[in-house]
Design a protein around this ligand. Structure first.
Ligand SMILES: C[S@@+](CC[C@H](N)C(=O)[O-])C[C@H]1O[C@@H](n2cnc3c(N)ncnc32)[C@H](O)[C@@H]1O
Ligand SMILES: [Zn+2]
Length: 279
């Protein structure tokens, strides 16, 4: 069982039912009032406070495609930029919201040995991988649109990378000295693929709109990360299947469209890495 990471973050967890402190043993995470959440065989724990779940996050196929794509290293410069954005002396808790398979959080933990990591995601398929991704990483299933199972002002760093953002909850778990790091695609991201493959154009979230959404924070910096990768057909398929377009394309039509692209195809990766502090 990979419960090591859970033990390292227990002091920061809050019961999703009653908000009290939690303790972790080999089998379960329990609050002071006795609400008990069993640790899954694969090392993650589900911390839901009740109520219906709107969805279950990424499917096994999406998670597989994402893991394959990320392991090829195409987004390594993004992981590097995120790690660079964190102060070298940062210690304590780093929370990755909708952190998926733990790819970015693992890179951050590798670079910052004084941090322990908490990956919160809805997809238990992603969390199975995350639980084994790094020995200082804890994988927790929870819905980022619900109160997070994290104590007030407990996080030194919050990461939000290509995922949904719940600004009031992020603000609640960050102290004044904490930092929020947000990665968003620019309109140029994957530009060569969007048209030919009928992908949903990446959410060209204007910086202004992001700043509005994050009105409780002030932006300290914003770093563009833009480069070109050479993608073979397999990478291109994974890239489509790991994202929101996966729900909108017919698999055979997609394969055919990918087959018509040059191999390799030069593709622009273009994101913004922004650092925010609570106001
Ligand atoms: C585009 S992926 C990004 C994952 C990761 N940040 C990365 O870049 O590799 C979006 C992630 O959000 C998760 N997700 C979607 N809705 C969620 C929610 N309401 N709460 C928590 N996670 C959610 C999905 O399961 C998926 O892992
Ligand atoms: Zn409780």
């Amino acid at each position: 069982m990979h419960a090591n990471g859970l033990g390292l973050v227990e002091q920061f967890l809050a019961c999703p039912v009653c908000g009290l402190a939690m303790a972790v043993d080999d089998r379960a995470v329990r609050c002071e009032r006795g609400h008990t959440f069993d640790i899954a065989r694969q090392g993650y724990v589900s911390l839901f406070g009740g109520g219906r779940r709107a969805n279950t996050g990424d499917t096994p196929a999406m998670v597989q495609a994402r893991a394959d794509f990320l392991s090829a290293g195409h987004y390594a410069p993004i992981a590097q930029a995120v790690s660079d954005a964190i102060p070298a002396d940062a210690e304590g808790l780093a929370v990755d919201l909708a952190g998926g398979t733990g790819y970015y959080l693992s890179a951050v933990l590798e670079r910052h040995p004084q941090l322990v990591g908490l990956d919160i995601d809805l997809s238990t398929y992603a969390l199975r991988r995350a639980a084994g991704a790094h020995d200082r990483l804890a994988a927790v299933a929870a819905d980022v649109w619900q109160p997070l199972p994290v104590q007030d002002a407990a996080a030194r760093v919050v990461l939000s990378i290509f995922g949904p953002r719940n600004a009031p909850e992020i603000r609640r778990i960050l102290p004044e000295t904490g930092r929020l790091i947000v990665v968003t695609p620019t309109p140029a991201h994957l530009g060569q693929l969007v048209g030919p493959l009928g992908m949903i154009a990446v959410d060209a979230l204007k910086q202004q709109r992001l700043d509005e959404q994050l009105a409780a924070f002030q932006r300290l910096s914003q770093t563009p990360v833009e480069y070109t990768v050479q993608l073979v057909h397999r990478d291109i398929l994974n890239d489509v299947l790991m994202g929101p377009s996966a729900h909108h394309v017919d698999a055979d039509a997609l394969r055919a469209a990918v087959g018509r692209l040059p191999e390799p195809t030069a593709v622009t990766i273009s994101v913004s890495v922004a650092v925010y502090a609570p106001r």
